[in-house]
Design a binder for this molecule. Structure first.
Ligand SMILES: *Cc1c(COP(=O)(O)O)cnc(C)c1O
Length: 360
């Protein structure tokens, strides 16, 4: 009976033949494949988390605050830009935030559009919510040509437009003027996925500054990357209060556990410490870009905690060679390129050594 699979069940026709999301989770000495933050929480933070979780544990017989108000207030304070709890929403990872957005603004008969190469979960979440995905292409240097993008928006009139900045897997940030133009041109909702916002280079602005002028603009963020909290699952967004109220139509009651809320609130109290780690990673990233270029590789400008580099005749061979040397990177994005997350200084020297050995 072992070959009896999901397709043998009466699943939705549009799910037949699909494979689940699956970045490899391998046990390797140096894991640079999912853009996690390499720094585990400090002992001080671990202790604070422990006592916050203990406090939450004493009330676990009750449902948590359905609207996570204290957490949303703290997230709004962290974001600044005059935001408040009414303009912030949180869920279990920004993937759940994006799913809720598509449940409200997408669905059967509706469309979402994004500029590829970009985050592979955008089309997955789109299609799984019954929304049709429309692929647009990024141009030279993985940028979005605003004239071409405006034409595509006029032609397809997507209900949801995804703009990822800084983009994954290329690291490319969008100029604010491009986001403003496309937000004005788009007839539906515009989601700027800023999962890597804290890693932006000096002078790269956030789309948060555009919110007051664009009631259909949503900026999504996550604690998975900069806050080194991928395991806790906390994503959030900032938008017009009407958007937040609309999302409450589809969120499951009590979707954010009391433990998750306590963990996220505590981590936010340690913002300064966590953002110091981000600063170190940004410096490590800039050094990595410089080193790769000095070795003759092409590297996309990166405003994130990873770099996309190439170009390789056979990137699969390089990927496997790196893995044999204990370094797991990611075979993703355009065919001749590979992506590597920025790790600790020790991990990066292992990466450099392995890459030189594999490409010698
Ligand atoms: C990593 C990543 C996310 C984060 O997802 P979470 O569910 O918050 O862990 C969102 N968007 C992009 C573009 C990412 O790369």
């Amino acid at each position: 009976m072992s070959d009896f699979g999901p397709d043998d069940l009466p699943i939705r026709d549009d799910l037949r033949g699909r494979t689940p999301y699956g970045a490899p989770q391998l046990d390797v000495p140096v894991a640079l494949n999912t853009n996690e933050n390499p720094f585990p929480p400090s002992e001080r933070l671990v202790e604070a988390l422990g006592s916050a979780v203990s406090d939450a544990a004493r009330g676990l017989n009750r449902y948590p605050d359905r609207d996570a108000v204290r957490l949303r207030e703290a997230l709004a304070r962290y974001l600044g830009h005059g935001l408040d709890a009414d303009r912030v929403w949180a869920a279990n990872g920004s993937n759940e935030v994006l799913q809720q957005i598509l449940q409200v603004f997408g669905g059967p008969g509706r469309t979402a559009m994004g500029f590829e190469p970009s985050y592979s979960m955008h089309p997955v979440i789109t299609e799984v919510t019954g929304t049709r995905w429309i692929t647009a292409e990024r141009g030279a240097d993985f940028r979005i040509d605003p004239d071409r993008a405006e034409e595509l928006i006029a032609e397809h009139r997507p209900d949801v437009l995804f703009l990822t900045s800084p983009n994954n897997p290329t690291g490319t940030a969008l100029p604010l003027e491009t986001i403003a133009r496309l937000a004005a041109a788009a007839p539906g909702m515009v989601v700027v996925d800023e999962a890597y916002a804290e890693f932006r280079r000096e002078g790269t602005p956030s789309a948060l500054t555009l919110l007051p002028d664009h009631p259909r603009l949503i900026v999504s963020r996550t604690m998975s990357k900069a806050f080194a909290l991928a395991g806790a699952r906390l994503g959030y967004l900032a938008a017009h209060p009407a958007v937040v109220r609309a999302l409450q139509l589809v969120r499951l009651p009590y979707h954010l556990s009391a433990v998750t809320q306590a963990v996220a609130l505590t981590a936010l109290e340690f913002s300064d410490e966590l953002l110091a780690g981000v600063k170190q990673l940004r410096e490590e990233r800039d050094a990595l870009v410089e080193w790769l270029r000095a070795q003759g590789f092409s590297v996309a400008d990166s405003d994130a905690n990873f770099v996309l580099f190439g170009e390789f005749e056979d990137r699969g061979a390089v990927f496997r060679g790196m893995l044999e040397n204990g370094v797991l990177i990611r075979e993703v994005g355009p065919p001749r390129w590979l992506r590597a997350t920025v790790g600790t200084p020790e991990e990066m020297s292992a990466f450099r050594e392995a890459l030189l050995r594999v490409t010698a």
